[in-house]
Design a protein around this ligand. Structure first.
Ligand code: ATP
Ligand code: MG
Length: 374
């Protein structure tokens, strides 16, 4: 058996529910996979996508590709029992497992053995060969195996498929339109961006940056976060907006307990203008209800009032622990916890207002330069 018959089998879950629009979603997923993996060969199968000529790094990239439910390595071989045995053994050797079983579906009914007999035969062969290496540790377990070797037997070829690896599921990036995410250097906003990508949105990033308090690496950190998120959605736009002039204005005119709220409102207004240019249809933040003072219901009401655009906070009902788990899974956590000075932690009250009133905020904003006014 030659290596060039090794393929990846991609299954999608939610796309399968898309009825008449299915091919739009599948074509987008194929395009996204091509953009990520470069010169691989991609074919549509029935309710699956088959990738050939890939290299080992492909699996890690596909694991983070929205729209993909599972990925499995497989061998396409001639419909011949020796060849099938050999492929099943390769699969078992490649998987670091202790227990397995074989499942067979047989579209080619004239084959000399029926499905049960094929499973038994291949199972016995794999067990015999693997026991030589792994001893009695390696067993068949029909109820709860670590590995299911799946054989799909057709007349001209047979697919022998190994361990299914979980992808992120959801829908292909670009099928839902464009959104803008306010990206801080913290843990939450990169996860919020990821959650939107998972639902098919293409995300553009805006970061507000105070150069005077951030001589060090915030910008580097933000670029690293975006780079990491590019492994999910592909090439991404990042706008870095200087924030120091707005901050000076706020510090001069706004009492400390309302500053955070006014900073956020300024960010939203600037984002609003940028969205008009880019055609993004929603403003995404990493807000999580009551996590910090700016995220109480009262304060979010006042902050969100700064623009009419649709605001989306995909982490609103998530606990910090849940957010951290996702950040670790997508690889943004280690970047987010690098120390940095957020532009807005500057001159902030020890006891910020948790129940701000719009009329008070509008009143203090009267003293600000144009973009700061409510
Ligand atoms: P994060 O971990 O994303 O920083 P947080 O829990 O620290 O969130 P805040 O600092 O109150 O919460 O920020 C709330 C949201 O406002 C962030 O999730 C982000 O979307 C946005 N935000 C905050 N600071 C900035 C910034 N400097 N540039 C762009 N967006 C920002
Ligand atoms: Mg923050």
């Amino acid at each position: 058996m030659t290596e060039d018959k090794k393929v990846l089998i991609i299954h999608y879950d939610e796309i399968a529910l898309k009825g008449k629009n299915q091919s739009f979603f599948i074509d987008k997923l194929i395009q996204n996979i091509k953009n990520k993996l470069g010169s691989v060969r991609i074919r549509k199968g029935s309710s699956k996508i088959i990738i050939e000529n890939y290299d080992e790094s492909a699996i890690d990239l596909l694991k983070l590709t929205p729209g993909i439910a599972t990925i499995a390595e497989a061998f396409h071989v001639e419909t011949d029992l020796d060849k099938i045995n050999e492929a099943a053994l390769r699969i078992a050797e490649l998987s670091d497992v202790k227990t397995f079983k074989v499942e067979t579906t047989r579209a080619y009914k004239q084959f000399e053995l029926n499905s049960m007999e094929i499973s038994k035969d291949v199972g016995a062969f794999v067990l015999r060969q693997m026991s030589k290496v792994k001893g009695q540790m390696f067993k068949v377990d029909v109820h709860n195996p670590d590995l299911i070797i799946k054989i799909e037997l057709e007349k001209d070829k047979t697919c022998v498929q190994g361990q299914k690896i979980q992808g992120v599921g959801g829908l292909p990036v670009g099928t839902a339109g464009k959104v803008v995410c306010l990206l801080s250097g913290g843990i939450d906003s990169p996860v919020a961006a990821f959650e939107m990508m998972k639902r098919g949105a293409k995300v553009e990033f805006i970061h507000f940056h105070n150069k005077t308090i951030n001589k060090s690496g915030v910008e580097v950190k933000i670029r690293k976060l975006v780079e990491r998120l590019e492994t999910v959605q592909g090439k991404s736009k990042l706008h870095i907006v200087p924030f120091e002039d707005y901050q000076k204005d706020v510090i001069a005119n706004v009492p400390a307990d309302l500053r955070m709220i006014v900073y956020r409102r300024i960010m939203y207004r600037i984002a609003d203008k940028m969205m008009d240019k880019s055609g993004a249809k929603a403003l995404v933040t990493g807000d999580s209800l009551s996590q910090v003072a700016s995220q109480t219901l009262e304060n979010m009401t006042v902050i969100y009032q700064a623009t009419d655009k649709l605001k989306l906070a995909p982490l609103i009902g998530k606990n910090k622990r849940e957010i951290i788990d996702i950040a670790q899974k997508i690889g943004t956590y280690d970047i987010s916890i690098e120390p940095y000075e957020d532009c807005c932690s500057f001159m902030i009250a020890k006891h910020p207002q948790t129940k701000s009133k719009l009329e008070d905020v509008l009143e203090v904003e009267k003293g600000l330069a144009e973009v700061g006014k409510g």
